[in-house]
Design a protein around this ligand. Structure first.
Ligand code: GLN
Length: 304
């Protein structure tokens, strides 16, 4: 498969079809990002690399980090994790409060804000220093010690994160948050602020295409069965109320973030990261979605 040729052709196609959508402004620090940036990086499980555009420019990975916090919590707790957070698609926006009342504080899944905040609470209980230990985990996944939080993004989100504070307090009222709300939210805002290039994001994600092993130091992070489950959750929940649409159009497990990133995996084959900051109404990258639809159509490869 000539991935570079297909990436190049698809990239040119997408560039010529305009750039609709809007950058996220509800986190002020993200509002100033140039919407015309557009990068792609694909890494195979044999460590072959292909890229196009702004693939070496760092961006805020936002909710894509929820996959890493889930992997870390699952590794520590195993199936006991599912007592605190469910694995059902929510069919609602990523920051929605509505189902929590009915579901008595058990978030529908770990890919929406409510679920990720509960995962942050679980990690706060489990880890000595959550922000430091989580960053270390992500650095091990990526084999890259330079990956870091973007303090300005974390502070900007903290200053405006009233909805996340509402979610955390509401969940706490049902007893499904055990630690101090401010500590849990500070951790959540930091993990959302992780800054990576497309190359770094694809490298960090590739363990999910490789049966749970990183390519860097050949470390086992998850068993093949655990890896399958994380990929299944991404497939059904990774794009919130657009998860069906992404699966229908692209056919790969993946995860988006409001920084405009999307990471996806073709199990046993590759991981791919795309970044284009203009978002549709569901908070997903317009050109990222479109790129992946055309890419999997051209390659003829998907999990289906
Ligand atoms: N940090 C963002 C928030 O909590 C993450 C949302 C996202 O990327 N979908 O609102």
């Amino acid at each position: 498969m000539n991935y570079q040729k297909i990436i190049d052709e698809t990239y040119v196609d997408i560039l010529s079809s305009g750039n609709p959508g809007k950058v996220a402004t509800y986190i002020p620090e993200l509002g100033g990002v140039n919407p015309d940036q557009f990068g792609v990086h694909l890494i195979t499980v044999n460590n072959e690399n292909y890229s196009a555009g702004d693939s070496e420019t760092p961006f805020s990975i936002q909710s894509i980090a929820k996959v890493f916090s889930l992997a870390m919590a699952y590794k520590h707790l195993g199936a006991k994790l599912w007592d605190r957070v469910d694995v059902e698609p929510s069919g609602n926006p990523f920051n929605s409060l509505v189902q929590l009342e009915h579901d008595e504080g058990i978030p529908r899944n770990p890919m929406i804000n409510a679920g990720a905040i509960v995962i942050c609470d679980i990690l706060t209980t489990l880890l000595d220093e959550p922000k430091r230990d989580f960053l270390e985990f992500v650095r091990q996944l990526s084999g890259n010690n330079s990956i870091n939080y973007d303090r300005n993004v974390a502070e900007s989100e903290d200053a405006t994160g009233f909805r996340n504070a509402a979610l955390a307090n509401f969940i706490r009222s049902f007893g499904n948050i055990k630690n101090d709300i401010d500590v849990v939210l500070d951790f959540y805002f930091h993990l959302c602020s992780l800054s990576m290039t497309c190359r770094e994001l694809a490298e960090t994600f590739v363990f999910l295409a490789n049966n749970g092993r990183t390519l860097f130091g050949d470390r086992r992070v998850l068993t093949p069965s655990e890896t399958k489950r994380i990929n299944a959750i991404m497939l059904t929940c990774g794009f919130y109320d657009e998860a069906g649409e992404f699966t229908y159009r692209v056919g790969l497990p993946g995860k988006s973030g409001v920084g405009g990133g999307i990471a996806a995996v073709q199990p046993l084959s590759y991981s791919i990261a795309i970044w284009s900051p203009s978002l549709n109404a569901h908070g997903n990258s317009v050109r990222g979605f479109e790129f992946l639809e055309r890419f999997t159509t051209r390659t003829g490869e998907s999990i289906f």
